[in-house]
Design a protein around this ligand. Structure first.
Ligand SMILES: NC(=O)N[C@@H](O)C(=O)O
Ligand code: NI
Length: 166
Protein backbone atom coordinates (compact mmCIF):
# COMPACT_ATOMS: atom_id res chain seq x y z
CA UNK A 1 0.00 0.00 0.00
CA UNK A 2 1.52 3.35 -0.93
CA UNK A 3 0.79 6.38 1.24
CA UNK A 4 0.87 8.62 -1.78
CA UNK A 5 -0.33 11.96 -0.40
CA UNK A 6 1.99 14.11 1.68
CA UNK A 7 0.60 16.24 4.51
CA UNK A 8 1.64 19.88 4.70
CA UNK A 9 1.06 22.38 7.50
CA UNK A 10 -1.75 24.79 6.61
CA UNK A 11 -0.61 28.28 5.67
CA UNK A 12 -2.40 31.26 4.17
CA UNK A 13 -0.09 31.34 1.16
CA UNK A 14 -0.31 27.63 0.38
CA UNK A 15 -4.10 27.66 0.74
CA UNK A 16 -4.63 30.89 -1.24
CA UNK A 17 -5.65 29.14 -4.50
CA UNK A 18 -8.48 27.42 -2.61
CA UNK A 19 -9.72 30.04 -0.17
CA UNK A 20 -8.88 31.72 3.09
CA UNK A 21 -7.31 30.65 6.38
CA UNK A 22 -9.28 31.97 9.36
CA UNK A 23 -6.71 32.70 12.06
CA UNK A 24 -5.64 35.53 14.38
CA UNK A 25 -3.50 37.32 11.81
CA UNK A 26 -1.95 40.42 13.46
CA UNK A 27 -2.15 42.28 10.14
CA UNK A 28 -5.95 42.13 10.29
CA UNK A 29 -6.30 43.08 13.95
CA UNK A 30 -7.98 46.26 15.13
CA UNK A 31 -8.71 47.11 18.75
CA UNK A 32 -12.40 47.70 19.56
CA UNK A 33 -14.65 47.98 22.62
CA UNK A 34 -12.44 50.55 24.27
CA UNK A 35 -9.33 48.50 23.71
CA UNK A 36 -10.69 45.46 25.52
CA UNK A 37 -11.22 43.36 22.39
CA UNK A 38 -9.02 42.48 19.42
CA UNK A 39 -11.06 42.25 16.19
CA UNK A 40 -9.36 40.23 13.48
CA UNK A 41 -11.28 41.83 10.67
CA UNK A 42 -12.63 40.34 7.43
CA UNK A 43 -10.57 37.16 7.43
CA UNK A 44 -12.88 35.63 4.82
CA UNK A 45 -16.05 36.37 2.92
CA UNK A 46 -19.14 34.13 2.88
CA UNK A 47 -20.53 33.76 -0.65
CA UNK A 48 -24.07 32.60 -1.40
CA UNK A 49 -25.32 32.92 -4.98
CA UNK A 50 -28.64 32.30 -6.76
CA UNK A 51 -32.18 33.56 -6.16
CA UNK A 52 -33.32 32.86 -2.63
CA UNK A 53 -29.84 31.98 -1.42
CA UNK A 54 -28.82 32.82 2.14
CA UNK A 55 -25.73 32.43 4.29
CA UNK A 56 -26.33 30.09 7.21
CA UNK A 57 -24.37 29.20 10.34
CA UNK A 58 -24.20 25.53 11.37
CA UNK A 59 -22.48 23.23 13.84
CA UNK A 60 -20.82 20.09 12.46
CA UNK A 61 -19.89 17.32 14.92
CA UNK A 62 -17.38 15.19 13.01
CA UNK A 63 -16.31 11.66 13.92
CA UNK A 64 -12.53 11.16 13.71
CA UNK A 65 -11.18 9.53 10.58
CA UNK A 66 -8.99 6.43 10.90
CA UNK A 67 -5.77 5.92 8.99
CA UNK A 68 -4.49 4.94 6.50
CA UNK A 69 -7.38 6.78 4.89
CA UNK A 70 -8.54 6.47 1.31
CA UNK A 71 -9.45 9.68 -0.49
CA UNK A 72 -11.91 8.15 -2.95
CA UNK A 73 -13.96 11.27 -3.68
CA UNK A 74 -14.04 15.03 -3.63
CA UNK A 75 -16.94 17.45 -3.62
CA UNK A 76 -17.66 21.08 -4.34
CA UNK A 77 -20.45 23.60 -3.80
CA UNK A 78 -21.22 25.52 -6.99
CA UNK A 79 -23.48 28.10 -5.35
CA UNK A 80 -21.55 29.08 -2.25
CA UNK A 81 -18.49 29.12 -0.08
CA UNK A 82 -18.10 26.87 2.98
CA UNK A 83 -16.03 27.61 6.08
CA UNK A 84 -14.98 25.35 8.94
CA UNK A 85 -13.80 26.82 12.26
CA UNK A 86 -12.77 24.25 14.91
CA UNK A 87 -14.46 24.59 18.31
CA UNK A 88 -12.80 21.62 19.99
CA UNK A 89 -9.24 22.95 19.79
CA UNK A 90 -7.99 19.89 17.93
CA UNK A 91 -6.09 19.72 14.63
CA UNK A 92 -7.94 18.40 11.58
CA UNK A 93 -7.19 17.67 7.95
CA UNK A 94 -8.09 19.84 4.98
CA UNK A 95 -8.00 18.18 1.56
CA UNK A 96 -8.42 20.24 -1.60
CA UNK A 97 -7.83 19.90 -5.34
CA UNK A 98 -7.42 22.26 -8.22
CA UNK A 99 -10.05 21.92 -10.93
CA UNK A 100 -8.81 20.17 -14.05
CA UNK A 101 -11.38 20.32 -16.82
CA UNK A 102 -14.30 20.01 -14.42
CA UNK A 103 -12.70 17.26 -12.34
CA UNK A 104 -10.51 17.44 -9.21
CA UNK A 105 -6.78 17.07 -9.77
CA UNK A 106 -4.36 15.37 -7.36
CA UNK A 107 -5.52 16.23 -3.83
CA UNK A 108 -3.37 18.41 -1.58
CA UNK A 109 -3.53 17.61 2.14
CA UNK A 110 -3.05 20.20 4.88
CA UNK A 111 -2.88 19.67 8.63
CA UNK A 112 -4.78 22.56 10.24
CA UNK A 113 -4.08 23.59 13.83
CA UNK A 114 -6.93 23.73 16.31
CA UNK A 115 -6.85 27.55 16.07
CA UNK A 116 -7.04 27.70 12.29
CA UNK A 117 -10.24 27.67 10.27
CA UNK A 118 -10.63 27.49 6.50
CA UNK A 119 -13.08 29.04 4.06
CA UNK A 120 -13.41 27.09 0.81
CA UNK A 121 -14.15 29.53 -2.00
CA UNK A 122 -17.28 28.77 -4.01
CA UNK A 123 -16.84 25.74 -6.32
CA UNK A 124 -13.51 24.64 -4.85
CA UNK A 125 -12.98 20.87 -4.75
CA UNK A 126 -12.55 19.58 -1.22
CA UNK A 127 -13.01 16.40 0.79
CA UNK A 128 -15.79 16.34 3.42
CA UNK A 129 -14.83 17.21 6.96
CA UNK A 130 -11.90 15.20 8.32
CA UNK A 131 -11.78 15.34 12.12
CA UNK A 132 -8.84 13.74 13.93
CA UNK A 133 -8.42 11.83 17.22
CA UNK A 134 -11.86 12.48 18.78
CA UNK A 135 -15.39 13.68 18.02
CA UNK A 136 -14.87 17.33 17.09
CA UNK A 137 -17.20 20.29 16.71
CA UNK A 138 -16.87 22.94 13.99
CA UNK A 139 -18.70 26.17 13.30
CA UNK A 140 -19.63 25.98 9.61
CA UNK A 141 -20.77 28.95 7.55
CA UNK A 142 -22.14 28.03 4.14
CA UNK A 143 -25.04 28.51 1.72
CA UNK A 144 -28.66 27.40 1.88
CA UNK A 145 -31.25 27.88 -0.82
CA UNK A 146 -32.74 26.45 -4.00
CA UNK A 147 -30.74 24.28 -6.36
CA UNK A 148 -28.29 21.46 -5.86
CA UNK A 149 -25.27 22.90 -4.08
CA UNK A 150 -23.34 19.64 -3.93
CA UNK A 151 -21.31 18.17 -6.78
CA UNK A 152 -19.34 15.00 -6.07
CA UNK A 153 -16.57 13.29 -8.03
CA UNK A 154 -15.30 9.76 -7.42
CA UNK A 155 -11.75 8.87 -8.42
CA UNK A 156 -11.10 5.75 -10.47
CA UNK A 157 -8.28 4.96 -8.04
CA UNK A 158 -8.28 6.26 -4.48
CA UNK A 159 -5.40 8.24 -3.02
CA UNK A 160 -4.04 7.16 0.36
CA UNK A 161 -3.18 9.30 3.40
CA UNK A 162 -1.00 7.84 6.13
CA UNK A 163 -1.54 8.77 9.78
CA UNK A 164 -0.73 12.46 10.35
CA UNK A 165 2.20 13.08 12.68
CA UNK A 166 1.61 16.25 14.79
N1 LIG B 1 -22.47 17.99 3.11
C1 LIG B 1 -22.08 18.89 3.98
O1 LIG B 1 -22.82 19.73 4.44
N2 LIG B 1 -20.74 18.85 4.36
C2 LIG B 1 -19.73 18.83 3.36
O2 LIG B 1 -20.05 19.88 2.44
C3 LIG B 1 -18.36 19.04 3.91
O3 LIG B 1 -17.54 19.72 3.24
O4 LIG B 1 -18.10 18.48 5.01
NI1 NI C 1 -18.37 20.69 1.63
Amino acid sequence: MSFNLEIHHLSKSAFAPFGDVIEADPASMRLINGGTTERFHALATADATGDGARVIINLFRGQPRSFPYEISMMERHPFGSQSFSPLSGRPYLVVVSADEGGKPGRPQVFLARGDQGVNYRRNVWHHPLMSLDALSDFLVVDRDGPGNNLEEFFFDEAYIIGAPTP
